[in-house]
Design a protein. Structure first.
Length: 261
């Protein structure tokens, strides 16, 4: 079984460990709930930030087309595993937020909530996971092989980039490293911890989120990956899209305005 997953799992990955100040973003989410009664998810906010950063650095979501070419997608489709309880057992089913780079935080939030209440039992019975265990591994191997030759099919099935969360495994700061990724870019959301930080020349207690950004090193090199990670951090720390979560996320905060804020 393990051998069957080698082509899916064994690709050269580079991992960047980030510590991101989310004090402003969390405060704005609380303010939005207090003012409107609507609770927008932190995951939806992170998804919007990821989609915007990828939209500005589309090479990070490129895919192989054969052995010598790459195809770069315009739309940012975000793969998001969601845990469901079916008959007392936990199952992970992916949701894919299509064209997340063109959606508001509220739209992304509603799509995530809809995915959380879908009829998972029916999907499990009709989907790939209903295959016998001995056939599941070979199926994924063949699917990976076909996906390298027909990347549009792979995009339709698993999106172009992904988010996964490990923060629920414990309180406080901490990073997670994904063992494998179905997409060339995976953002792993870790824990949130408090510690002193410098704001406008003063020391204050801030909330810091641990993030791991994993790249397919066959597609993206270290320097472009670092530039992408820096932009992602700027978007998150600025509370991107939270001034008005209904406004299309095209109204991005630029690096210059982010540094001034």
């Amino acid at each position: 079984m393990a051998a069957a997953f080698r082509s899916v799992q064994h690709k050269p990955m580079i991992h960047g460990l980030l510590e991101v100040d989310v004090t402003r973003a969390r405060a704005r989410l609380r303010e939005h709930q207090a003012n409107t009664g609507e609770s927008l998810s932190f995951t939806a906010f992170l998804t919007a930030c990821l989609a915007k950063a990828v939209d500005e650095h589309k090479a990070v979501q490129a895919r192989h087309l054969g052995s010598k070419r790459l195809i770069v997608f315009e739309e940012v489709d975000v793969y998001l595993p969601i845990e469901h309880d079916v008959a007392g057992q936990k199952h992970i089913m992916p949701a894919i937020i299509r064209a997340a780079n063109r959606k508001t935080i509220r739209e992304i939030h509603h799509e995530i909530r809809a995915a959380q209440v879908q009829d998972v039992e029916k999907v499990l019975k009709e989907g790939v996971l209903s295959l016998p265990t001995l056939l599941l591994g070979p199926f994924l191997w063949v699917f990976s092989w076909i996906g390298r030759r027909y990347p549009q099919m792979w995009k339709k099935s698993v999106g172009t980039v992904g988010i996964t969360a490990v923060g629920m495994f414990g309180k406080g700061a901490g990073w997670g490293i994904p063992p494998a990724s179905p997409t060339p870019l995976m953002m792993t959301v870790g824990g949130i911890g408090q510690k002193p930080g410098v704001v406008d020349g003063h020391i204050a207690i801030r909330d810091y989120l641990s993030l791991t950004i994993s790249f397919d090193h066959e597609i993206i090199d270290g320097a472009p990956a670092a530039r992408f990670a820096e932009r992602l951090k700027e978007l998150i720390e600025s509370g991107y899209g939270l001034d008005d979560p209904t406004v299309e996320t095209e109204q991005a905060i630029t690096p210059e305005t982010s540094r001034k804020s």
